[in-house]
Design a protein around this ligand. Structure first.
Ligand code: SF4
Length: 257
């Protein structure tokens, strides 16, 4: 099983080489209702070693990493759960000379060591799908003890020290569409470099299969499609967020950009 996949095209960052520091299962501190991995098999919020850094570097050598614009650490769950994340970031930068992006749900951002490890990456994109604790629990279904308030506070602190490029990814569904003004308040606290407006474009698999971590192109597995917000709704959300924050906002509906 390779811990490296792609490069796959990403609407946010171009050709992206995926690094999966988890790989053995779907493992996350969330269990999002729209997760492209399906129902998360192992739900934890403690850090462990899943894939040794040497294995990732060996898999890298077998990949087409030279064709990638960026190297994205994400994969089969929440990458900050991998206790060797900082080591992986530095090893990838040293070997490839390419920028490294980490996608995270922010549930461990309150830990100083996680903030330090993420600080080595050129880009960090943090998921934020809810503006209230109730919606947070409904959409992200976090493990016990994780709150939206702690994630937002950690994000504000992280951004005050982080020298790289911070993106906030927002997945809009029918559930959180009514919270746009409250989202804007959070964004005004965090002040990220970029806000990414997304909606579920990938189906929800019945079971985890390794290939769901990638683009889903040509993958044949039982899955059900998810309700998206429409182009018009996305346009309205984007306009309102821009009005209230003045931030750069990119949309999965590309012609909005
Ligand atoms: S945070 Fe990401 S990997 Fe975890 S459940 Fe949500 S979408 Fe899936």
């Amino acid at each position: 099983m390779s811990s490296v996949y792609g490069p796959v095209p990403s609407w946010r960052v171009g050709q992206s080489l995926g690094i999966d520091p988890i790989c053995i299962n779907s493992i996350c501190s969330f269990n999002c209702t729209y997760c492209q991995l399906g129902f998360i098999q192992v739900r934890i919020n403690e850090r462990r070693l899943f894939v040794p850094t040497e294995k990732i570097l060996a898999d890298l050598e077998q990949s087409r990493w030279q064709q990638a614009d960026i190297i994205t650490i994400s994969g089969s769950g929440e990458p900050t759960l991998a206790s060797n994340l900082g080591e992986i970031v530095k090893a990838l930068q040293k070997r490839t000379g390419k920028p490294v992006l980490v996608l995270t749900n922010g549930t461990l951002l309150h830990l100083p060591e996680v903030q330090a490890e993420l600080s080595s990456a050129e880009k960090v994109f943090v998921k934020l799908d809810a503006a209230s604790e109730d919606t947070f629990r409904r959409i992200n279904r976090p493990v016990e003890g994780v709150t939206l308030a702690r994630i937002v506070q950690s994000l504000v602190e992280f951004h005050s020290r982080y020298p790289g490029y911070l993106g906030v990814q927002m997945m809009f569904t029918r559930v959180n569409l009514e919270e746009v003004d409250e989202f804007a308040e959070i964004l005004n606290r965090v002040r990220p470099d970029e806000v990414q407006l997304n909606t579920p474009t990938r189906p929800y698999p019945q079971d985890w299969v390794l290939q769901t971590r990638g683009s889903h192109e040509g993958v044949d597995y039982p899955a059900r499609p998810l309700k998206r917000i429409t182009r018009e709704e996305a346009r309205a959300v984007r306009a309102r967020l821009r009005e209230l924050t003045g931030l750069k906002i990119i949309s999965v509906y590309k012609e909005e950009n």
